[in-house]
Design a protein around this ligand. Structure first.
Ligand code: GRF
Length: 243
């Protein structure tokens, strides 16, 4: 009995402590919470949720799961670094966080901040490319494929090393809204894959060989695109079976 208790304690102690930063509905946060609780990311714990805005649904999700949560104004970078330290945070997940990370946090967590972006970076990224605007820009450009990218955050917007990409075809009758919906669906597994690597200390592997997830939706057409990536020396995970 005592032994079991000790084992459980030591397992808890060794869990990789994540802070998830949000600004909105928190569906990506939910994907991370689910992946931690269903064993997809077995060695991590969502220790803290920080929102840059009050009254957002993501905070309700944190409360529902008994996760410590708070609002920290984006204009208060000191509070952000102090809080991360206070909670012994080891890795940061930016899940729809609409603000740039202060330089001292980027420095302190170098290689340990994962962001999810709703396009195939480096296309359609950078300042001003957020929310529905990203998908409007994709449609205006007339590209055939878009998707989601999990990448390391650095001091700029969307310029850090790419870790995982998911490809989504742009359909002839797509509107920015339909595209946003389909991209959001693949963001979850894209982010979870990168966060798993973060918790398992395997980020460097992904930096060297970013993974591309091809979704079942348009396997054939997308293979053409995938071949191009392979030629560029990228690692390709051909089928995504929901892992
Ligand atoms: C996602 O599209 C994310 O890529 C973007 O903001 C959205 C956040 O959605 N940066 P949610 O709050 O995770 O539901």
């Amino acid at each position: 009995m005592l032994l079991r208790h000790v084992e459980r304690e030591s397992r808890t102690l060794s869990l990789f402590k994540l802070a998830v930063l949000i600004s909105g509905s928190g569906s990506n946060l939910q994907a991370v919470i689910d992946a931690v609780s269903n064993g997809t990311i077995p060695n991590a714990k969502v220790e803290l949720v920080i929102s840059s805005r009050s009254g957002v649904f993501g905070l309700e999700r944190a409360k529902k799961h008994g996760i410590s949560n708070m609002v920290i104004d984006r204009k208060d970078p000191e509070k952000l670094s102090k809080t991360l330290e206070e909670y012994d945070i080891e890795g940061i997940v930016l899940a729809g966080y609409l603000s740039i990370i202060p330089p001292d946090v980027v420095k302190a967590y170098s290689g340990k901040i994962v962001n999810i972006h709703p396009a195939l970076l480096p296309m359609f990224g950078g300042k001003g490319f957020y929310g529905i605007r990203v998908h409007q820009a994709v449609l205006t450009a007339g590209v055939k494929y878009t998707g989601a990218t999990a990448h390391l955050a650095d001091r700029e917007y969307d310029t850090g090393d790419v870790l995982v990409r998911s490809v989504v075809p742009v359909l002839a009758d797509d509107t920015a809204e339909t595209l946003q919906k389909r991209v959001l669906k693949v963001e979850y597994k894209t982010l979870v894959r990168a966060v798993k690597a973060l918790a398992e200390n395997r980020i460097e592997e992904l930096v060297k060989k970013p993974v591309t997830i091809i979704n079942d939706e348009d396997k054939e057409g997308v293979m053409e695109f995938a071949k191009g990536l392979v030629e560029l020396g990228k690692t390709l995970t051909e089928a995504d079976n929901g892992d």
